[in-house]
Design a protein around this ligand. Structure first.
Ligand SMILES: Cc1cc2nc3c(=O)[nH]c(=O)nc-3n(C[C@H](O)[C@H](O)[C@H](O)COP(=O)(O)OP(=O)(O)OC[C@H]3O[C@@H](n4cnc5c(N)ncnc54)[C@H](O)[C@@H]3O)c2cc1C
Length: 594
C-alpha cells in the first residue's frame, strides 16, 4: 500500500509564512480560526485520510463500482467510510452555518481536499460534487429550495451532481436537448438523457440532488436558451423524508481507465419533477458559478496526486539499492547505493517535489483570495480578489492537472518496472490523475478561456492581477544579492509573459485562430511564471529560517527553489517561442492530409 504523510508542515509554511494566512482571522466569522486551531483540524483530517481513505483506495480501484438493475453499489468499505466521514463533519467544513455547515475558510477546505485526493481521489468525488452543487444553489436558488435541501446536503445524507453532458453535447453545451416543461404548480417536468454523470447514482446517501441543464419549450436556440433545474432522485414528504421515485433512473455506468470507485453514470430523466434555479435561460450563469468552484477543486486533485506520487517515489528511492553513485560508492558497506545517488533520479524527484510544493503555494494563494472575495469588508479588495480568481481559475484547473499527470508518470519512472505493475500503487496514480485533464472542461478549453475570454477582460488588464505583484516584488528585491539567482530568471520569464500576452491580445483581434494556437503554451507559460514567483519568495523565506531550529526544512526549501528556477523555469523560453510562432503552420495544414 502506498505511504502518505499529510504535508501539514508545508501547508503551514505556505499559508502562514508565505501568504500571511493570519490575516484570515481578521475576516468576519473567522476570528476563531487561529494557527493552532487550523493545524489541529489539519492533523485530524490527515489522520482520517491516512487511516480510513488510503486503505480503501486500491481495493476500490480493483473492485470498482457495480451496476445492477438501475442501482449502483460502491466498492466494499466506501459506505462505512462515507458514514464516518460525514459524522466527523468533513463534508460540511465550508458550508454555511445557517444551514448546518461549519463556515470554515475555503483555504482550510482546500488543504483538507488535497489530503482527500492524495489518499482516495474516487472517494473525494462524492462529497466534491455535493460541494459544487451547493455553490451553484447558494448563489441562485430560492430560499425555499435552500431551506429544503441545504440542511441534508450539509449533513451529507443527500449528495449532489451536475448534469450537463449529453452524448452529442460535450464541450459544446449549445447543442443540448434535455427538455423542461413548465407545470401549473411552478415546477417543471424534465426529460432527456445525460451521460458521464459523476455520482449520478450510488448507495452512499439516501437521496441525490441533481442539477440539470435543460431547455424550456420556447427557449432561444444555443447557449442563451439553457436553464438550470434542481431535480431530486426521490421526491420527499414535507418533513424531508424521501418517499416517491421521481422519474430519474441510472441506465448504466462507465468502465474507465481510472477513478473506478467513482460512479460515472448515464442518467435518464423521464418527466422528472424539477424546480428552476435562478432565471429562465440564465442556466449557464449559475452553472459557471458551480464550475468555477469545481475547476479549482479539480486542480486540487492534481496537487493531491502529485504529493502522493512524490512521497512514494522519494520513499522508494531511499530504500531501493541499484548501481553506484557517479563519483564512487556512498554506501560501500551495502551491495549497491540507493537510487537517490543517481543524478537522473534526483532530477525526477526534485521535479516532482518542486511541482507539488509550488502548486500547493499557488493553490492556497487562490484559495485565500476566495476567502477575501467572499468576506473582506473593503469592496475594492474584494474586487481585486475576484479579478485574480477569474484570471487564475483556468490556470489552476489546467496547470495543476497537467502537472499532476506528469508527476504521477515520473513516479512510475522512479520505481522502474515496479512502478508499472500494480503492487506499489504507482500506476493507479497515473490512471486516476488522467481524468482531471478532461472533465470540468478539457484543459484545451481552459486555455481558450484564459487566452480568449479572460485576457481581454478589464480592457486587457486582467493579467495585471498577477503581473503587478510579481513586478512589485522584482523591484523591491532588485538589489538583494542573496536573491539574484532567483529574481533575475523570474524577471526574464515575466518579460516573456508580458510579451506573449501582448501578442495574443493584438494578433487575436484580427485572427481568432491565433488565440487557439497560442492558448495551451500560453497557459503553461503563465502558470510556470506564477510558480517561479512563489518559488523565489519561498527561497527568500527559506533563507531567513535556514539557521534556526528547523534549519533542515528551510534549507530544503531554498534548494528546491534553486532547482525549479535553474531546471524547470527555462521551459518559458520554448513556450514563449511557441506562442509567438502564430497559427499559420497549424492552419496551413491541408484538411485532406489528416
Ligand atoms: C469520468 C468522467 C466523469 C465526468 N463527470 C461529469 C459530470 O459529473 N457531469 C457532466 O456533465 N459531465 C461529466 N463528464 C463529461 C466531461 O466534462 C466531458 O467529457 C468533457 O467536458 C469533454 O466533452 P467530450 O468528452 O464530449 O469531448 P468533446 O467536446 O468532443 O472534445 C473532444 C476534444 O476536442 C476539443 N475541443 C472541443 N471543442 C473545442 C473548441 N471549441 N475549441 C478547442 N478545442 C475543442 C476538446 O478540448 C477535446 O480535446 C465526465 C466525463 C468523464 C469521462
Amino acid at each position: 500500500m502506498p505511504v502518505y504523510n499529510a504535508p501539514i508542515r508545508d501547508m503551514r509554511f505556505v499559508f502562514y509564512e508565505l501568504l500571511d494566512g493570519a490575516e484570515l482571522q481578521q475576516l468576519p466569522g473567522f476570528d476563531e480560526v487561529d494557527e493552532e486551531t487550523l493545524v489541529a483540524i489539519l492533523e485530524e483530517a490527515g489522520r482520517f485520510c491516512a487511516e480510513q481513505l488510503l486503505p480503501i483506495n486500491r481495493s476500490g480501484d480493483e473492485e470498482a463500482c457495480c451496476y445492477e438493475d438501475g442501482s449502483v453499489r460502491t466498492p466494499q468499505g466506501f459506505k462505512t467510510t462515507y458514514t464516518a466521514f460525514i459524522k466527523a463533519g468533513w463534508n460540511s467544513i465550508a458550508f454555511d452555518p445557517e444551514y448546518g455547515g461549519q463556515g470554515l475558510p475555503k483555504s482550510l477546505h482546500v488543504m483538507v481536499d488535497e489530503m482527500i485526493n492524495a489518499t482516495n481521489m474516487s472517494f473525494g468525488l462524492y462529497p466534491g460534487l455535493t460541494h459544487g452543487a451547493w455553490t451553484a444553489l447558494s448563489s441562485y436558488a430560492s430560499d425555499r429550495l435552500k431551506d429544503h435541501y441545504f440542511p441534508k446536503m450539509a449533513e451529507g445524507i443527500w449528495s449532489g451532481t451536475m448534469c450537463l453532458t449529453e452524448p452529442h453535447s460535450g464541450t459544446d453545451l449549445a447543442l443540448l436537448r434535455t427538455k423542461a416543461v413548465p407545470q401549473d404548480d411552478g415546477s417543471y417536468l424534465i426529460s432527456g438523457s445525460k451521460i458521464f454523470i459523476t455520482a449520478g447514482e450510488h448507495d452512499l446517501t439516501e437521496n441525490i440532488v441533481h442539477l440539470v441543464l435543460a431547455r424550456t419549450p420556447d427557449a432561444p436556440p444555443g447557449i442563451k436558451g439553457i436553464s438550470l433545474f434542481l431535480v431530486p432522485k426521490l421526491l420527499d414528504d414535507n418533513q424531508g423524508k424521501p418517499k416517491t421515485p421521481n422519474g430519474v433512473s441510472c441506465g448504466s455506468i462507465e468502465h474507465k481507465m481510472g477513478i473506478k470507485a467513482s460512479a460515472t453514470c448515464t442518467m435518464n430523466f423521464d418527466s422528472a419533477q424539477g424546480w428552476l434555479v435562478g432565471e429562465v435561460n440564465q442556466g449557464m450563469r449559475a452553472m459557471f458559478k458551480m464550475m468555477n468552484t469545481e475547476r479549482l477543486a479539480v486542480g486540487i486533485q492534481g496537487i493531491g496526486i502529485a504529493e502522493a506520487a512524490y512521497q512514494n517515489a522519494a520513499h522508494y528511492a531511499r530504500e531501493r539499492l541499484q548501481g553506484r553513485a557517479p563519483g564512487g560508492a556512498t554506501h560501500p558497506d551495502l551491495p549497491a547505493d540507493p537510487l537517490t545517488v543517481h543524478p537522473d533520479v534526483r532530477r525526477m524527484l526534485l521535479t516532482m517535489r518542486s511541482y507539488a510544493q509550488g502548486m500547493r503555494a499557488l493553490g492556497l494563494w487562490i484559495a485565500r483570495e476566495l476567502d477575501i472575495a467572499g468576506k473582506h469588508p473593503d469592496a475594492d479588495r474584494r474586487r481585486q480578489a475576484d479579478g485574480f480568481i477569474a484570471l487564475m481559475t483556468p490556470v489552476a484547473k489546467a496547470l495543476f492537472t497537467d502537472l499532476g499527470t506528469e508527476v504521477a508518470n515520473l513516479g512510475v519512472q522512479v520505481f522502474g518496472g515496479h512502478g508499472y505493475i500494480r503492487e506499489h500503487g504507482m500506476e493507479q496514480f497515473v490512471r486516476d490523475a488522467r481524468i482531471a485533464q478532461l472533465y470540468e472542461g478539457t484543459n484545451g478549453i481552459q486555455a481558450m478561456d484564459l487566452a480568449g475570454r479572460k485576457l481581454p477582460m478589464e480592457d486587457g488588464r486582467l493579467i495585471r492581477h498577477l503581473l503587478d505583484p510579481i513586478n512589485a516584488y522584482l523591484d523591491s528585491r532588485a538589489h538583494d544579492e542573496r536573491l539574484t539567482k532567483f529574481v533575475e530568471p523570474l524577471k526574464t520569464a515575466t518579460i516573456q509573459l508580458d510579451r506573449a500576452t501582448t501578442h495574443i491580445l493584438q494578433a487575436g483581434r484580427n485572427a481568432p485562430a491565433e488565440i487557439g494556437s497560442a492558448a495551451t503554451p500560453y497557459l503553461r507559460l503563465l502558470g510556470i511564471t506564477a510558480l517561479a514567483y512563489l518559488w523565489a519568495r519561498m527561497a527568500e523565506t527559506g533563507l531567513a529560517g535556514s539557521h534556526g531550529t528547523e534549519a533542515e526544512f528551510y534549507r530544503a526549501k531554498v534548494k528546491t527553489a534553486r532547482f525549479f528556477i535553474e531546471h524547470l523555469l527555462p521551459q518559458t523560453h520554448g513556450l514563449t517561442a511557441s506562442v509567438l510562432a502564430g497559427a499559420s503552420s497549424l492552419m496551413d495544414f491541408d484538411d485532406e492530409a489528416w
